[in-house]
Ligand binder design. Structure first.
Ligand SMILES: *Cc1c(COP(=O)(O)O)cnc(C)c1O
Length: 396
């Protein structure tokens, strides 16, 4: 698939070098191919391209050199055979469902996935006769019990948001395969730098490239990575027809994002670990959710499955919602936004924002308390992040 095989190179190198086929202009930095269509040398060549008998560009809904470079680079990092880019993370998740499901199929999904993922399965696939059951992320027995003869795939996100629980990818992949189902993993929180679900037995990985892969909060995008067969037979025909395409400009931004991803993830995780340990010592804090802490229920699993513990930390305050809101409002530097994976540290109150649409009983069941605050730890100096929180933690 490449004019040069980057297979044996380290991820840091792949993230910088893979995917770019230098043109006759000898450019060092990858160009943005702002073109919707391509010119064929003859009618015959056009016909060969359209039938797929000759590789090459056809139309930028499904072939664009800048987007292809991004796809190739991310495929290397995820250790997958092929990647397709989409206009957003939700478009990538929608694509997996549209490509693989039919009326009468069944999905098992972890309860603690991204809110719009729940709505996609419940409200949209549900409308076309696909039933979804939601189970506890951390209980493999519950996954197995929920599987039916018509279960097409299992879908999970690990670590989860906002409680940072960890799923055993390998165990759940084994369960899926024993029952003839596929496993889809949303790898947004870890990125391939911390965890490569395909190497643990997952069949498809989905990404919102909006988060750490961009890393600076500029563009919205998504991706699906899997083996050649799943992509060629199912996902690619849907992208070509459905058209939720990543733009060349966004692909160019994400290519740059990948180049510094390994460095950024390490710095993000170091800051987050330090903040988690510090929060655990604050009298106003009742509980910290971070898999790097020995107090975390899946600390050992996280150590085994991830190369670092991630950069999202959440914690419960001694007080309730008022205390959480006061703490958030007392910060001066942190951005009050529900986004994550940015160089800027963000702070949010899940119960009234990202998870506010859930009925209170569902929120309780998911363990998302009114006193819970979530921080996506950025790359500012850790002492400045602590200082910004300290005021609210000591005076509220
Ligand atoms: C943001 C996010 C998505 C959705 O991605 P968009 O790019 O916003 O469409 C899916 N899963 C997770 C875990 C996310 O954080």
């Amino acid at each position: 698939m490449s004019e040069f095989d980057w297979q044996d190179y380290a991820p840091e190198t792949q993230a910088i070098r893979a995917g770019h086929r230098r043109t006759h202009e000898d450019e060092h930095s990858i160009p943005i191919f702002a073109t919707s269509s391509y010119v064929f040398k003859s009618a015959e060549e056009a016909a060969l391209r359209f039938t797929g008998k000759q590789p090459g560009n056809i139309y930028s809904r499904f072939t664009n050199p800048t987007v292809s470079a991004f796809q190739e680079r991310l495929a290397y990092l995820e250790k997958g055979e092929r990647c397709l880019a989409f206009s957003s993370g939700m478009a990538a998740i929608m694509a997996v469902g549209m490509a693989l499901l039919k009326a009468g199929d069944h999905v098992v999904c972890s309860r603690s996935v991204f809110g719009n993922t729940v709505l996609t399965f419940q409200n949209y696939f549900g409308k076309f006769g696909v039933e979804t059951d939601f189970v506890s992320l951390t209980d493999p027995a519950a996954w197995e019990a929920a599987i039916k003869p018509n279960t097409r795939f299992l879908f999970l996100e690990t670590p989860s948001n906002p409680l940072i629980e960890i799923a055993d990818i390998q165990a759940i992949a084994d369960i899926a395969h024993r029952h003839g189902a596929l496993l889809v993993v949303d790898n947004v929180f870890c990125t391939p730098i911390l965890q490569q679900p395909l190497t643990l037995g997952a069949d498809l990985v989905v990404h919102s490239t909006t988060k750490y892969i961009d890393g600076q909060g500029r563009c919205v995008g998504g991706a699906v990575v899997a083996n050649e067969e799943l992509i060629e037979k199912y996902v690619y025909p849907y992208l070509r027809t459905g058209g939720a395409t990543m733009s060349p400009f966004n692909a160019w931004v994400f290519l740059g994002g990948l180049e510094t991803l390994a460095l950024r993830m390490k710095a993000h995780c170091d800051n987050a670990f330090e903040l988690a340990k510090w929060l655990e010592q604050q009298p106003a804090v009742a509980k910290v959710h971070y898999p790097g802490l020995v107090s975390h229920a899946q600390h050992e699993l996280a150590k085994r499955q991830q190369s670092h513990f991630g950069a999202v930390v959440s914690f419960e305050l001694q007080g309730g919602k008022d205390h959480a809101w006061q703490l958030i409002d007392s910060t001066r530097m942190l951005s009050i936004t529900a986004n994550l994976g940015d160089v800027k540290t963000t702070i949010t109150h899940p119960a009234t924002t990202t998870h506010g649409r859930l009925p209170p009983e569902a929120r309780d069941e998911a363990g998302i308390k009114d006193s819970l605050v979530r921080i996506s730890v950025g790359l500012e100096n850790i002492d400045d992040i602590k200082a910004d929180l300290l005021n609210g933690l000591t005076h509220c």
